[in-house]
Write a protein that binds this ligand. Structure first.
Ligand SMILES: Nc1ncnc2c1ncn2[C@@H]1O[C@H](COP(=O)(O)OP(=O)(O)OP(=O)(O)O)[C@@H](O)[C@H]1O
Length: 304
């Protein structure tokens, strides 16, 4: 039985349809990603799950509760990550945890959370003195202080440097291992690929695909990209006549060929016949980025 079920969700702001018929379900124990460009409707969708916004249409069930009707009960069992700078500047780390712990009937042990999140030596530090990564770890700690069954993490690593981002990813793995179901809102492809069991790709208020990262990639056709630096001159037509080849491009001294099926064998056979060596040969597989382009017709970073 899914822990979250969303069906036919619609939400309009004035004449802007922000969420346009979104449906998905989340299983207990998984990390479920909601991936999409800015303005796709991700935040609106999770705010509806949290009971913060009322949908115009559709049904939502979280832990068997109706977020609009059972808001108080849901708040006890659902952890939500605060957006940055929603805490008073002078509040100390441990004080923030104690304050939030007081809202819950079954709070986690604050010292244990501080230790798990690497914040023990910051327990008496004021919020404003924390680094970006530390603030963000505190916001995760606050999302977990009520011992929630489900945690919603929105733009988890936005603004963090690559190392802090990787540290955070390890942390999320550990949180999932402790049995918390996680809904992760992100517009970072790499983050979605690294962490999520399944991803709903959202574009312009609609779910365009739901699958595992590998499933999304496999859903795109089996196009491959081959790059090499030929040791001698060879014309594009030598490749474009091959049935496996779709497209030939030149980038500096490199030839870039896209194609399907056994395109690598076809291309290297042509080169061998001409006694041309393919220097710096690389074959690029389809990535989640490519899958996103195939699903939405644009690149994630250009979208929105
Ligand atoms: N309170 C609001 N009033 C009017 N329009 C809104 C409101 N909140 C969001 N929108 C609009 O609804 C659309 C979806 O916004 P939403 O914040 O859900 O998207 P998002 O995918 O979370 O994007 P982001 O990553 O930028 O937060 C956007 O076009 C946004 O401008």
């Amino acid at each position: 039985m899914p822990i979250i079920e969303v069906s036919g969700l619609r939400k309009r702001y004035g004449d802007k349809l922000a969420v346009d018929g979104v449906s998905f379900s989340v299983e207990r124990g998984e990390i479920f990603g909601i991936l999409g460009p800015n303005g796709a409707g991700k935040t609106t969708t999770v705010e509806i799950l949290e009971g913060l916004r009322k949908p115009d249409e559709g049904t939502v069930s979280v832990l068997g509760l109706d977020p609009q009707r059972d808001t108080a009960e849901l708040r006890q069992r659902l952890g939500v990550q605060l957006q940055e700078s929603e805490l008073p500047e002078k509040l100390k780390v441990r004080e923030a945890l104690d304050l939030y712990a007081s809202f819950y009937r079954n709070p986690a042990d604050p010292e244990r959370l501080l230790a798990d999140l690497g914040l023990t030596d910051k327990r008496d530090t004021a919020y404003k003195k924390l680094s970006g990564g530390q603030k963000q770890r505190l916001s995760i700690a606050l999302a977990l202080i009520g011992s929630p069954e489900v945690a919603v993490l929105d733009e988890l690593t936005t603004g963090l440097d690559p190392q802090a981002r990787r540290d955070t990813w390890e942390l999320i793995d550990a949180i999932r291992a402790s049995g918390v179901t996680i809904v992760l809102v992100t517009h970072f492809m790499e983050e979605a690929e690294r962490l999520c069991d399944r991803i709903a790709v959202i574009d312009a208020g609609r779910v365009v695909a739901i699958d595992s990262p590998a499933g999304l990639v496999a859903g795109v056709d089996d196009e491959q990209r081959i790059r090499f630096r030929p040791s001698g001159a060879i014309e594009d037509a030598a490749f474009t006549v091959l049935p496996e080849v779709r497209h030939v491009d030149r980038q500096g001294g490199q030839v870039v060929i896209t194609g399907t099926g056994n395109v690598l064998h076809a291309v290297t056979s042509v080169l061998a016949r001409r006694q041309i060596i393919a220097g710096e040969l690389r074959v690029e597989q389809t990535t989640l980025d490519d899958a996103f382009v195939a699903l939405t017709g644009r690149k994630l970073e250009d979208a929105g």
